[in-house]
Design a protein around this ligand. Structure first.
Ligand SMILES: [Fe+2]
Length: 382
């Protein structure tokens, strides 16, 4: 059916409204770390392009606007944009990205309900993806390509979200004060020998919630409470700042050890800034509990929205993210590990060798999230 001139004008007006709304949305992203803010500003430019494309697509002749997939993404990496470009090239399906942080994406999806234009949601940490699933905003999708691409423990048991990269929660220690064997386990951070020597980010952060949730799953709530209380008793300062800021505090001598996601450390290793290199020179990294349960491993993942208008394209993109082509392309660019065991990570990640990974159902990180938050609150880890 051809659109009437009035219809086209209405559609263009709606697209421009969407563009304006999205720009307001993008500009409202204030609660971001320095690092995230930098990548966000990059994405605001990228989003500007994407939104313009959306407006143009809506004004184009019928058919031109149909072969698209809309992605709400909490990941802001150039590597992801390259993947989307390669997907477009391979399939002819245009990828439009709306970037924001995970909480904003959840709120936006909730507010939009079945009117959402989002087809796929991309976010870091299974705890975030679980929240979106728990709100009824994802649909279960299981296909042979997804099952072949993603190990079972790195995906939601129902197929609501699928990992496409993985990350480990590691311990960073100061070399002049600590031997790696003294921080071989997460347990060590609660050892009284570290009184006044541990820094940590806020417990409201999803990485902390997932770390404690994994402990609740493996060892029970009482054990998790004792551990959190022990680490809390060792704090050098009130929780503040990002993962990177914890590493910097350790290097600067404010503390002897901290927890962070591994890629923050590897980013510093890859940095050409002498100050970053100095931080790396003063510190060491431990993948914890190699003699026990293994390091806590989480995902970046994606799921098809409950109200996806372009479900087939969303599934296609999701399958693409875990395909040979995408995983091989992503690996050398990424500071995370490929989701697939048959694909080698970047050389600096490969250099650390294989490490033992904790083996728990991924959705446990979500199921125990509220209890983890309660425990942190009770022990005074703000
Ligand atoms: Fe992160």
């Amino acid at each position: 059916m051809m659109r009437s001139p009035a219809g086209v004008k209405r559609a263009c007006g709606a697209a421009l409204d969407l563009l304006r709304a999205c720009c307001v949305f993008a500009n409202s992203s204030q609660i971001l770390s320095r690092e995230t803010t930098l990548s966000f500003s990059l994405n605001r430019r990228a989003f500007g392009l994407g939104a313009s494309a959306a407006a143009l697509a809506a004004c184009a002749p019928r058919g031109a606007s149909e072969n698209v997939v809309n992605v709400y993404s909490a990941r802001h990496y150039d590597a992801d944009r390259m993947l989307y470009a390669a997907f477009e090239e391979a399939t002819g399906v245009a990828v439009r990205v709306l970037p924001a942080n995970a909480e904003q994406l959840l709120e936006r999806l909730r507010a939009e309900g079945d009117a959402t234009e989002a087809d796929l949601v991309v976010a870091a940490d299974a705890g975030n993806l679980w929240r979106i699933k728990d709100a009824g905003l994802l649909r279960n999708v299981v296909t042979p390509a997804l099952e072949a691409g993603v190990p079972q423990r790195l995906r939601d048991p129902d197929g609501a979200y699928w990992g496409f990269t993985k990350r480990a929660r590691v311990i960073i220690y100061r070399k002049d004060a600590v031997q790696p064997a003294q921080v071989a386990s997460y347990d060590d951070l609660a050892n009284p020998r570290f009184r006044g020597q541990i820094v940590a980010r806020s417990s409201t952060n999803v990485y902390q919630l997932s770390t404690l949730a994994s402990r609740i799953e493996r060892l029970g709530a009482e054990n998790a409470r004792a551990w959190a209380a022990g680490v809390r008793a060792n704090f050098a300062r009130d929780p503040q700042g990002s993962d990177t800021e914890q590493i910097k505090a350790v290097a600067a001598g404010e503390a002897q050890a901290t927890l962070c996601n591994h890629y923050y450390y590897f980013r510093l290793m890859r940095s050409e800034d002498p100050a970053d290199r100095d931080i790396v020179a003063r510190t060491g990294i431990v993948f914890p509990d190699q003699a026990g349960a293994g390091a806590h491993v989480n995902i970046s993942g994606a799921g098809v929205t409950a109200h996806a208008k372009r479900r087939d394209n969303a599934v296609r993109l999701l399958e693409y993210l875990v395909s040979d082509e995408a995983q091989t392309m992503l690996a050398p660019l990424n500071v995370e590990f490929p989701i697939r065991p048959d694909i080698a990570p970047a050389p600096d990640l490969a250099a650390i060798g294989a490490f033992k990974e904790e083996d728990i159902p991924l959705d446990a990180l979500g199921r125990h999230q509220a209890e983890a938050a309660r425990i942190f609150e009770e022990v005074g880890w703000r």
